[in-house]
Design a protein around this ligand. Structure first.
Ligand code: ZZB
Length: 258
């Protein structure tokens, strides 16, 4: 699978993650999110991690470090993303739960003040980087998870301020209107992120709608179809140093609902 790795620069560590600062040799640290939808990055409202997942901080070169799962970093060392083929240089490690509340930049997002790292139940260790950038307008999983966190912030251990002023952004017009995720979630009567079966179906619908009938409502490719805009948005982000190509080997289990 050909992902785009999006570089979310850490702006402010959560208290339980601050120790990382002294271990990175002055490098900038980026949380790397793997996405199949680079054309939706305008609508990032937050970033998700799995609270029970383990993450590492790895040197990419003398100036930059990536935060992601060990598995993902290992794959990257075979894709000319790091200097030495197959060699991993780990600087630090951390649990997902301790990253919650970290503030990161979200490239291309309308929320230029930065976005926060929040917890999501369904983040898989076996897919992408274990870091998921959240686009609630077009991803049903993100829409319901953000709704869960807004409903029960204490239960999830999040500060409501971390989502304040960061509403979903209409990005793409489809036959479901201008926020396909919200509409599909309503139509399938999905109540929370625990409804994993319906969410898998919702995701399928949202992907198809976006790809086959989506037209961009925002950004440089406004008015163009998603099919046209996707590769261009991706190429732009890569050219600007905000993203890179990241491929996942075949044959790994990647479905969230089994
Ligand atoms: C931003 C985005 C915007 C995404 C959207 C989707 C959508 P898939 O769909 O199963 O093949 N993702 C990435 N890594 C993980 C992980 N470790 N655990 C759980 N979810 C993960 O996987 C690719 C998508 O799933 C990625 O693309 C990412 O969310 C999420 F509008 O990035 B996406 C209809 C979907 N829309």
């Amino acid at each position: 699978q050909e992902f785009t790795g999006i570089k979310l620069e850490v702006l402010e560590w959560a208290p339980n993650a601050e120790a990382i600062k002294s271990k990175v040799g002055g490098r900038k640290v980026y949380m790397v999110a793997a996405t199949l939808r680079p054309e939706t990055m305008y609508g990032q409202t937050n970033c998700f991690v799995g609270t029970n997942l383990k993450y590492g901080v790895y040197a990419v070169n003398d100036a930059e470090a990536f935060l992601c799962t060990h598995r993902a970093m290992r794959n990257m060392t075979f894709q000319k993303i790091t200097k030495e083929h197959g060699v991993i240089e780990q600087l630090s490690e951390i649990e997902g739960r301790d990253l919650v509340g970290t503030k990161v930049s979200a490239p291309y997002s309308v929320y230029t003040q930065g976005v926060y790292v929040l917890p999501m139940d369904g983040v898989l260790a076996t897919k992408g980087t274990g870091v998921v950038t959240s686009v609630p307008s077009d991803s049903p999983d993100d829409w319901v998870t953000v709704a869960d966190l807004r409903k029960k912030p204490e239960y999830y251990g999040v500060n409501p301020d971390w989502l304040a002023g960061r509403e979903a952004v209409p990005l793409i017009k489809t036959s479901y209107g201008d926020m396909v995720a919200a509409e599909v979630v309503k139509k399938l009567k999905i109540n929370s992120q625990k409804d994993t079966k319906q969410l898998a179906e919702a995701k399928e619908i949202a992907y198809k709608e976006g790809f086959y009938s989506g037209v961009m409502l925002i950004g440089k490719y406004k008015g163009e179809t998603v099919q046209d805009a996707k590769p261009k948005a991706r190429a732009d982000m890569i050219a600007e140093g905000l993203a890179f190509a990241y491929a996942e080997p075949e044959g790994v289990v990647t479905s969230r609902s089994g």
